[in-house]
Design a protein around this ligand. Structure first.
Ligand code: ISL
Length: 585
């Protein structure tokens, strides 16, 4: 491995993923092949042309392992088998071969902060206090002075990501186990070297099978400190009842040690060609630098959450507040600069946990196409590796469910029942909160065409198809050069072809403008100017670099941009990318 794989000097070969675009498939909602209403691997086989046409380099699959599906597969009961819901290991081999044949790599989700409570490791661990695997999970007695099961007896006051306590009492042994997510997702104890060895062996098994890397679920939660109470959280649901577990569970003391050990044990000698990306809620830029510094041999890039929290109020993801574009600029610029000389950014708007960007930072009504393409342009022209979540390339919108009964996600359901129990929100407010923040917004089935159930299934879909599939679907976008789909295709091609997009230095312009998001990328005498109107009204901006005549590289609206002197006039949701060469060249 070269010392500086992300920088372009001729002496070093830049890492392959500096020009790559990753596509995330959420298999449950991608394509059903057998009519049971749930997407599957043979369904993926039918849609490989779509991925090849889009031009992506990597596919990341959300979990398809054996699982009770309490959290849609993020609760794994067998890491080395495929759940029958999705097919078989042979089906997966076929999908991997078909993707590889198109030059597309395959990254698997790695969920090792926790297992399912139905995993044999946990079954053994819970069987007795003396079990040899007892210490594979976090078991604790009741709080001193309390009897097990008594209110307040939980070992700490921590609140789970999915509402309620992080501790569940096991009545048979009278002790509590830790679960930062649902009670069916007990946390593995990474302090125990046997746990780490078992995880690493499983990872080697997957690499031997021919996959090209891992997206590591909540990987910065694997090292936990000891267990003090958290300060009382002010979230809408917690309402002073629970404490914040974050300071004790995120970016813990042995995180870097564990990742470096994993690197040595799993990736040593076969590092080239792989992609290692960590999901890291709560990570700061400083954490990001440490985690992605190539010299430290931990990860290639991480998913930051900072830009995803900017439209959340104090109550968290279900508490909407309008985005102030200036906050987004400040956050993005901080990460761009923080990782410019060491490390590398991942760039994303969406995934299976995030509501649709066009419904969030864009306008999913009259300006759906234009705002989706403007936001795409803005993101993809930053420095880093872009991720496209299935349906984002079509400008798919939030579900806009009018009834609480339409929701399936455990986080949304738990939130609704806690909020009801505590009398925090009435039914109408709950409908509004979920319509804004539910993860199901991203999980409605992929909209392939205008037919019943959008071509996703011939059966009853597990989650309702968005009725707007009659207008928003892959079949109609594929034949329309002006569609969101073709715009994404052009952005992906641009990243492949253009060294300035890949490596150019980033400089934010107009940090105080509330509507125009503009920046430059510069490399070897060439500057790209990116200017995006993130509003539904015409806007203009003065950008010194435009005083030199430039060439339009890409725009999201028809025609040439209106530039007079150094002032660019942008139509509602217009985004332009211009190339200017410095006169000295
Ligand atoms: O969506 C969230 C809750 O508000 C996030 O905090 C999310 O739970 C967090 O990003 C971790 O996500 C990952 O691990 C979870 C799983 O439910 C998510 O789908 C996964 O992406 C537990 O495995």
């Amino acid at each position: 491995m070269s010392a500086h794989p992300t920088t372009p000097p001729a002496a070093h070969t830049p890492a392959w993923w500096t020009s790559a675009v990753v596509y995330q498939i959420y298999p449950r909602s991608f394509q059903d092949s057998d009519g049971d209403g749930v997407g599957d691997l043979r369904g993926v086989l039918r849609r490989i042309d779509h991925l090849a046409e889009l031009g992506v380099d990597v596919v990341w699959f959300s979990p398809m392992y054996r699982s009770p599906q309490d959290d849609n597969g993020y609760d794994i009961s067998d890491y080395q088998d495929i759940d029958p819901l999705f097919g078989t290991l042979d089906d997966l081999d076929e999908v991997v071969a078909a993707l590889h044949a198109r030059g597309i790599k395959v990254v698997m989700d790695l969920v090792v902060n926790h297992t399912s409570d139905e995993h044999p490791w946990f079954a053994e661990s819970r069987s007795s206090i003396d079990s040899p695997k007892r210490d594979w999970y976090w078991w604790r007695p009741a709080r001193a002075g309390f009897a097990p099961g008594e209110p307040g007896a939980e070992p700490t006051n921590w609140e789970s990501f999915f509402s309620g306590s992080t501790w569940e009492l096991d009545a048979d042994t009278g002790e509590y186990y830790l679960h930062l997510f649902s009670r069916k997702q007990p946390d593995l104890n990474w302090e125990n070297p046997q746990v780490r060895d078992a995880v690493y062996a499983m990872m080697r098994w997957w690499l031997d099978r021919g996959i090209d890397g891992f997206r590591m679920d909540v990987i910065n939660l694997i090292s936990k400190a000891t267990h003090p109470d958290g300060s009382l959280s002010d979230g809408a649901v917690a309402h002073g009842l629970f404490g914040d577990a974050g300071p004790f569970t995120m970016n813990g003391p042995r995180l870097h040690e564990f990742l470096q050990e994993m690197h040595r044990d799993v990736f040593h000698g076969r590092r080239d060609g792989l992609l290692l990306v960590g999901e890291t809620p709560g990570a700061t830029v400083e954490d990001g630098v440490l985690l992605t510094d190539p010299a430290r041999a931990e990860l290639d890039m991480v998913f930051t959450f900072e830009h995803m929290g900017l439209d959340h109020g104090p109550g968290g993801r279900f508490d909407r507040r309008p985005l102030d574009l200036r906050d987004l600029k400040a956050t993005m610029a901080r990460w761009q600069h923080g990782l410019e000389s060491t490390g590398w950014n991942s760039l994303y708007w969406e995934n299976h946990d995030q509501p649709r960007i066009v419904s969030r930072f864009g306008d999913d009504g009259a300006h759906r196409r234009d705002s989706a393409t403007a936001l795409a342009t803005l993101l993809h022209l930053h420095r880093g590796t872009p991720y496209v979540y299935q349906g984002e390339e079509l400008g798919m919108t939030n579900a806009h469910f009018a009834a609480l009964s339409s929701y399936r996600d455990i986080e949304s359901l738990n939130f609704a029942s806690s909020a009801r129990a505590l009398g925090l929100l009435d039914e109408q407010q709950l409908v509004g909160a979920l319509a804004f923040g539910s993860r199901d917004n991203a999980r409605t089935p992929m909209q392939w065409d205008a037919t019943t159930h959008a071509g996703f299934t011939t059966g009853e879909p597990w989650l309702q198809v968005n009725p707007n599939h009659v207008d928003v679907n892959a079949a109609s976008e594929r034949v329309d050069e002006a569609s969101v789909f073709h715009h994404y295709r052009r952005l992906i091609a641009l990243r492949h072809d253009d060294r300035v997009v890949r490596f150019g230095d980033f400089r934010m312009l107009l940090p105080d403008d509330p509507d125009v998001y503009a920046f430059t990328r510069s490399l070897e005498g060439t500057t790209l100017v990116v200017a995006c109107n993130i509003s539904g009204s015409p806007r203009s901006a003065s950008i010194a670099e435009l005083a030199v005549p430039g060439e339009l590289v890409l725009g999201n609206l028809p025609g040439e941009p209106a530039i007079h002197g150094d002032v660019v006039s942008l139509r509602p949701w217009e985004a332009v990318v211009l190339r200017v060469r410095r006169s000295s060249d």
